[in-house]
Design a protein around this ligand. Structure first.
Ligand code: GSH
Length: 216
């Protein structure tokens, strides 16, 4: 059995998969893009041309959430998707808030990091969208538990922590130190979840890649 993950260290989508891979001790070859393969060769088996992509014995799986569920369902412990249907729904709502309401604004803000030529109206609008999504997220996170849901790592943590990393990093770049209010449920969650060794490992990888990108 061979598994390859087409990966980028800074991609919050690829980071989700790495948390699941490390937590489940799966043997997966990481091929970093750009670098591992030409864009044309990648497109032959990845028509969506997006990172991450899992290739398992020649079978390609795109989309980070689908990859994480696939990795969880093909075998090894610990299972990262809870059994209870309502808790599964909670995990998926957390992932959806991240993908549908948080990430699009974070991507706009990422493109506005450079103060030269920054569109302040666009920045203000997207900072507001991020704050709104964080309020929604706070509603669906368990309170004062070590993880998003209860006492163990789940796919909810894999999905949302890499995106929260960007919230934490981007806020101060726009002078918005309080994007995640200190006393909020999201702030408490982020601090708790960072104590998990698999999450901490991936957030450190993302931090290193971001620092490299910023030329430090
Ligand atoms: N919904 C996708 C999003 C993946 C995505 O947008 N990946 C970015 C890297 S962070 C990418 O490959 N962008 C290249 C492109 O969109 O052409 C997922 O969850 O995997």
């Amino acid at each position: 059995m061979t598994m390859i993950l087409y990966n980028a260290q800074l991609s919050p989508f690829a980071a989700r998969c790495r948390i699941a891979i490390y937590a489940k001790s799966l043997s997966v070859e990481m091929r970093n893009i750009p670098g591992a393969i030409s864009e044309e060769a990648f497109a032959e088996f990845a028509p969506m041309r997006k990172i991450p992509l899992l290739v398992h014995d020649g079978y390609s799986v795109p989309e980070s959430e689908v990859i994480c569920e696939y990795l969880d369902e093909i075998g090894t412990q610990p299972r990262l998707m809870p059994d209870n249907p309502r808790i599964r729904a909670q995990a998926r709502i957390i992932a959806r808030i991240g993908d549908l309401y948080l990430m699009p604004s974070l991507q706009v803000l990422f493109g506005q990091i450079n103060p030269v030529g920054r569109d302040s109206h666009l920045v203000a609008k997207n900072l507001q969208e991020v704050s709104r999504a964080l309020v929604w997220l706070g509603h669906y996170l368990d309170d004062d538990t070590p993880y998003a849901i209860g006492d163990t790592l789940s796919l909810a943590d894999c999905m949302i922590m890499p995106q929260l990393f960007f919230v934490m990093e981007l806020g101060p770049l726009f002078g918005e130190l309080a994007l995640v209010p200190k006393e909020s449920r999201v702030a408490r969650y982020y601090a708790h979840a960072l104590k998990d060794r698999y999450i901490a490992r991936v957030i450190a990888e993302m931090k290193e890649a971001l620092t490299k990108l910023q030329g430090h």
